[in-house]
Design a protein around this ligand. Structure first.
Ligand code: ADP
Ligand code: MG
Ligand code: MG
Length: 204
C-alpha cells in the first residue's frame, strides 16, 4: 500500500543524506574545483553534520518540523550559495507540510515542489542553467506524477545531473567561466542526486 511517511522517515532520510554526502564529499569538491571554488563537498558536509547534530539535540515532532530544522541549519552553517538554496528548499517544504504527524508520498512531493520553486526564485535560476535545479526539478516531477516513487525520482535526478555536463553555466560561480563551463558536471546537481538516492535508500 501507500507508504506512511512520518517524522522517523524524514529523520532517517536526513541521516542517510548526511552519510552519502560524507562518502562523496571529495567527489563533490573535485567537481567544484573544475568549475567553481573547490568547496562544495566541504560546504555540504559541514551543513549536514550540523543537521544530524540538531536532529539529535532537539528531536522534531513532525516531518515538517524536521525539514524546517534541517533547512535552518543549512542556512546558518553553510557560507556558500548551496547553503541558502538547499536551506530554502527544506524550510519551504517543511512549512508546506505544516504540523501533520504523517504525510503521504503525494503530500511530500507537493511540498518538495514548493521548496524547489522557492530555490528557483531565490537563485533567479531555471532548469537549463546548469545548477542543482537540473536535478531537483525532474526528480520532484517524477515523485509528484501519478504512480511516482522514490526510485523513479532518484533515477530522474541522476539523469538530470548527467545532463548538466554539456550545458553552459548561466548561474553561480561556474557562469564566470562562460564556454569553459561546458563539459563538466555541476556539483550542486550532483549533490541533489545524492539527496534523492538517499530517499530511495530509506524507502526500501
Ligand atoms: P559556492 O558556489 O558559493 O562556492 P557551493 O560550491 O557550495 O557554493 O555550491 C555551488 C552549487 O550551487 C552549484 O554547483 C549550483 O548547483 C548551485 N547554485 C549556485 N548558484 C545557483 C543559483 N543561482 N541557482 C541555483 N543553484 C545555484
Ligand atoms: Mg563552491
Ligand atoms: Mg564557495
Amino acid at each position: 500500500g501507500e507508504p506512511v511517511l512520518d517524522t522517523d522517515f524524514v529523520h532517517r532520510w536526513l541521516t542517510a543524506a548526511a552519510a552519502a554526502i560524507s562518502r562523496e564529499a571529495a567527489r563533490l569538491t573535485d567537481l567544484d574545483s573544475a568549475i567553481g571554488d573547490a568547496d562544495h563537498g566541504s560546504n555540504m558536509q559541514r551543513g549536514f553534520t550540523a543537521v544530524t547534530a540538531a536532529l539529535e539535540k532537539e528531536p522534531p515532532d513532525s516531518p515538517g518540523a524536521a525539514l524546517i530544522l534541517a533547512g535552518r541549519q543549512l542556512i546558518s552553517k553553510v557560507g556558500g550559495a548551496s547553503g541558502p538554496l538547499y536551506g530554502t528548499l527544506l524550510r519551504r517544504a517543511g512549512k508546506a507540510l505544516g504540523d501533520a504527524e504523517q504525510v503521504t508520498l503525494q503530500e511530500l512531493a507537493g511540498a518538495l515542489r514548493t521548496g524547489v520553486e522557492a530555490v528557483a526564485q531565490l537563485g533567479g535560476s531555471a532548469p537549463g542553467d546548469k545548477t542543482m535545479l537540473d536535478a531537483l526539478v525532474p526528480a520532484v516531477e517524477a515523485l509528484a506524477t501519478d504512480g511516482g516513487s522514490f526510485e523513479a525520482a532518484s533515477e530522474a535526478a541522476d539523469k538530470g545531473a548527467l545532463a548538466t555536463v554539456p550545458m553552459l553555466a548561466r548561474k553561480g560561480r561556474a557562469s564566470y567561466l562562460g564556454e569553459r563551463s561546458i563539459g563538466h558536471q555541476d556539483p550542486g546537481a550532483t549533490s541533489s542526486a545524492l539527496l534523492f538516492a538517499a530517499f530511495e535508500e530509506v524507502a526500501r
